[in-house]
Design a protein around this ligand. Structure first.
Ligand code: PMP
Length: 436
């Protein structure tokens, strides 16, 4: 106990001395993690935790197939996409094959992170349309680079986000049916009227949009499902005004929804540009933009495109191993089965604990919204933070998200088992019974 705890505190101090203050960190006194296995983390004291948040390790920690592929590649060749090597075209073809049949999303650009993918998507949309304006939704997170940060409108990341967006970003209202301007699943028409008037204003100002960019499920809000018909209506309106539609699937895509591989498929739409990253490398940094040949070719007018590690031998080897494992381990189906079960258990728990408000999400992207009052939806943020600390003591890693830090985000490795899901619900039940 004590010696290892001192070791973790010492590591924390080292980190604080060398890192910028703005660098995000979880927990006041974080455990020092040493090892991961499937959906478990083990700290230096030998304690194990169920990891309910790591969607980057989508296959689970320390996946042997991915580790083998990476080791093999590192032992043979490290080069980049300017050269010809086995795996580059195959990986790109396999990514495109994940897109809906007949979608025209047939061209791939490989990068290294979600922020880069969003940056490049904006770049592509502006190049293809010859316009500058990008419409982003309120309360969204899209990355830290200049362009992806510009469309990041969340006050969670920057309290003055709305007051400091560059002039090429237009912020539209977020269609959150639980606590937005209009409430309920039947509010799409109202949000769309407002979006249409935004488009009219932009047109009158000579600022017609290059693109409309959003997550197909509101990831930053904890997996809030959009009101029925909103995304299709928004895409129609944006396209009528000559803009392109970008789906940011970095967080919600790649099999996690369970009933579909991509978040946008839940709304029956087909975007013009798709951004992906996080789980593509199961911990190794890989990102991609998938679009049509016409849009991708707009880049040629501006010169050449190259990323040193995007589409490298290692990126392709790891990326292919991840795609193989997704199929072999049947993870999309597991996300559906375990996710449905977990959501149902959480809804049952909500009947006994009034602090639990709506359960958001689909598959293994869920959000447990904690509220002090179901009418006013007053966010139970302090309670959420305390619950996370207590859950950690009990061996469960779960963290908060949303603008109001009052949603427990649940996005574990997709190999989560029913037994572990039940254990987590049991622990949450125990914590909520301890005096809330
Ligand atoms: N888009 C979304 C929706 C995200 O959630 C994130 C990361 N949280 C990003 C983009 C940026 O990805 P990265 O951290 O890999 O740059």
């Amino acid at each position: 106990g004590r010696v290892q705890r001192d070791e973790a505190e010492e590591e924390l101090h080292r980190r604080q001395r060398i890192f910028a203050e703005a660098q995000e960190r979880y927990y006041e006194h974080p455990p020092q993690i040493e090892r991961g296995w499937r959906h478990h983390l083990i700290d230096t004291t030998g304690r194990s935790y169920i990891d309910m948040v790591n969607n980057v390790a989508g296959l689970g920690h320390a996946h042997p197939g991915v580790a083998r592929a990476a080791a093999r590649q590192l032992g043979s060749l490290a080069t980049n996409s300017r050269f010809l090597f086995r795996g580059l075209a195959e990986y790109s073809e396999r990514l495109v094959a994940l897109m809906p049949e007949g979608s025209g999303l047939d061209t791939v650009l490989l990068v290294n992170s979600g922020s880069e993918a969003v940056d490049l998507a904006i770049h592509l949309a502006q190049a293809a349309t010859g316009r500058r304006t990008v419409i982003a939704l309120r309360e969204a997170y899209h990355g830290w680079t200049m362009a992806s940060d510009a469309v990041t409108t969340s006050a969670y990341d920057n309290p003055d986000a709305l007051g400091t967006r560059p002039d090429w970003v237009h912020v539209a209202d977020v269609p959150n049916p639980f606590r937005g301007t209009y409430r309920g699943d039947d509010t799409a028409a109202q949000y769309l009227v407002d979006l249409s008037s935004d488009l009219d204003v932009l047109a009158a100002e000579g600022r017609d949009p290059a693109a409309f960019l959003c997550e197909s499920i509101l990831g930053n809000a904890g997996g809030v499902v959009l009101p029925h018909g909103y995304l299709a209506g928004a895409y129609d309106r944006v396209r009528e005004s000559g803009g392109l539609c970008i789906a940011d699937e970095v967080q919600v895509g790649f099999g996690r929804m369970g009933s579909s591989f991509w978040g946008f498929e839940q709304s029956g739409v087909v975007p013009d540009i798709v951004t992906i990253a996080k789980p593509m490398g199961n911990g190794y940094p890989i990102g991609a933009v998938i679009t049509s040949r016409r849009i991708a070719d707009a880049l040629s007018a501006q010169g050449q495109f190259f990323s040193s590690a995007g589409g490298s031998t290692l990126s392709c080897a790891v990326g292919l191993a991840v795609l193989d494992a997704m199929v072999e381990d049947d993870l999309q189906r597991n996300a559906l089965a375990v996710g449905d079960h977990l959501a149902e258990q959480l809804r049952t728990l909500a009947q006994r604990h009034p602090l639990i408000g709506p359960i958001h999400g689909a598959g293994l992207y869920l959000g447990v919204e904690l509220v002090r009052d179901h009418e006013t939806m007053e966010p139970a943020d302090a309670e959420a933070a305390a619950i996370c600390e207590r859950m950690r003591e009990l061996g469960v890693i779960v963290l908060t998200t949303s603008e109001r830090s009052n949603v427990l985000k649940i996005k574990p490795p997709l190999c989560l088992t029913i037994q572990s899901a039940d254990h987590v619900v049991g622990m949450l039940d125990r914590v909520l019974s301890e005096g809330w």
